[in-house]
Design a protein around this ligand. Structure first.
Ligand code: AOS
Ligand code: ZN
Ligand code: ZN
Length: 390
């Protein structure tokens, strides 16, 4: 498939927005070692300065997700203004009820009501922060679970979870949403309280229209058909968004589209098919990744481009030909239509979209030439750890 490409495709690519996580700009690592990099941000403002570079060179990444407490500050309204002055918006607020000693046995599902209250208060504080930043979404990921059979009552923990989620739902204001993330395992190894999309969906269904599921692409068992989950959640109006990253093994948090670009294409095809790219669909395209050994800003740019490339290929699927082949039972023909789109080199298409928006067609090259990497190494000493994976 080669150009010229339909105007609807270029318009959809120019309109897509990809949210970057503040923690991707800070130092991070594995449980074994954090490799500090020179020039990493020391403050939330400096993380925004770096995010602004990603947006400057890609044109599609104005939203930056915050993580509380990693991005704790005195005045979130002022932080939102700081973002606005740089062409950014503060995006999803990510809560953290996993990094405190009190949470050893869980947070909102902890057997002790006092710990549950502390966790709930944090979630409610995150909604206060959303009020100040103008953020739409609260993202909830719970490390809660157990390590041994019998350690706690599985059913009681579900009840505690439901109670906390309902309280948060009641606190949400007009236009605000809660996105519930699931994860197969880790840090708990026997049970996890929100281990899969079904559990997240069941809770979100009860919670009503303000609650949706978020699909972190790294949070599934090997072989899981993530695109099926996406198709189903979209059909039910319950897909709130993605945490994109790549996994070779488990929750690797590597650059989106690096390990399996074909899977990312299949996911994006289901997004397009289900109307998830349309304005008003309410699907957020977020990155959730950590750059442990590679330079962070170009890695975020690369990830944004990888999501764009998968989206472009998904948009290029010849749907009339596909439907025709499907209707007539032409199995190989239908598969070939999909593969034709996947095999298209969409880099010239995206370069053209960027040029039409007044951008350099080569975002990574433009970043390298900008001198920002050298400047931050010079200006910033003592960069902050992202808070993750230490
Ligand atoms: C944890 O594994 C989840 O992916 C979280 O979404 C995320 O990485 C963390 O909450 C950082 O905010
Ligand atoms: Zn995630
Ligand atoms: Zn994760």
């Amino acid at each position: 498939m080669s150009g010229p490409y339909p105007a609807a495709v270029t318009a959809a690519l120019a309109a897509q927005r990809i949210e970057t996580p503040s923690w991707a700009y800070g130092n991070s690592g594995t449980r074994f070692k954090v490799f500090a990099q020179p020039g990493v941000p020391r403050t939330p403002e400096e993380k925004l300065d770096d995010a602004a570079r990603v947006h400057e060179h890609t044109g599609v990444a104005p939203d930056v997700a915050l993580h509380i407490p990693w991005d704790r500050c005195d005045d979130y309204g002022a932080l939102a203004s700081y973002a606005r002055e740089r062409g950014l918006r503060l995006g999803t607020v990510n809560s953290n009820v996993f990094q405190d000693d009190d949470y050893k046995l869980g947070s909102v599902t902890h057997p002790d009501a006092a710990v549950r209250r502390k966790a709930l208060d944090h979630l409610l504080e995150c909604v206060d922060i959303m009020d100040a930043t103008g953020s739409r979404d609260l993202k909830l990921w719970f490390a809660d679970g157990t390590n041994y059979p019998g350690q706690d009552d599985i059913r009681a923990r579900q009840e505690r979870l439901a109670e906390a989620l309902a309280t948060v739902r009641d606190r949400l204001g007009e236009g605000q949403r809660m996105l519930l993330e699931y994860k197969l395992f880790e840090p708990s190894f026997y049970t996890t309280d929100v281990p899969d999309w079904g559990t997240a969906y069941a809770h979100c269904l009860k919670l009503g229209p303000k609650a949706r599921v978020v699909v972190d692409t790294g949070h599934h068992a090997p072989g899981t058909n993530i695109e099926f989950i996406v198709a189903l959640l979209l059909r039910e109006g319950k897909l709130g968004g993605f945490d994109f990253n790549s996994r070779f093994y488990a929750d690797d948090d590597l650059m989106a589209g690096a390990a399996d670009p074909f899977q990312l294409f299949r996911i994006m095809y289901e997004v397009v098919r289900g109307g998830g790219l349309e304005s008003g669909a309410g699907v957020s395209f977020m990155l959730d990744q950590c750059h442990n050994i590679e330079p962070k800003i170009p890695a975020v740019i690369r990830s944004v481009m990888n999501v764009q490339e998968a989206t472009a290929k998904a948009l290029l699927v010849d749907t009339a030909a596909l439907e025709g082949a499907q209707r007539s039972g032409d199995v190989l023909g239908a598969n070939a239509v999909l593969m034709d789109a996947y095999d298209t080199d969409v880099r010239p298409l995206l370069a053209g979209v960027r040029e039409a928006c007044g951008l350099d067609p080569d975002p990574v090259g433009a970043y390298r030439r900008s001198g920002w990497a050298e400047r931050i190494v010079e200006e910033r000493k003592g960069g902050q750890q992202a808070g993750w994976g230490a």
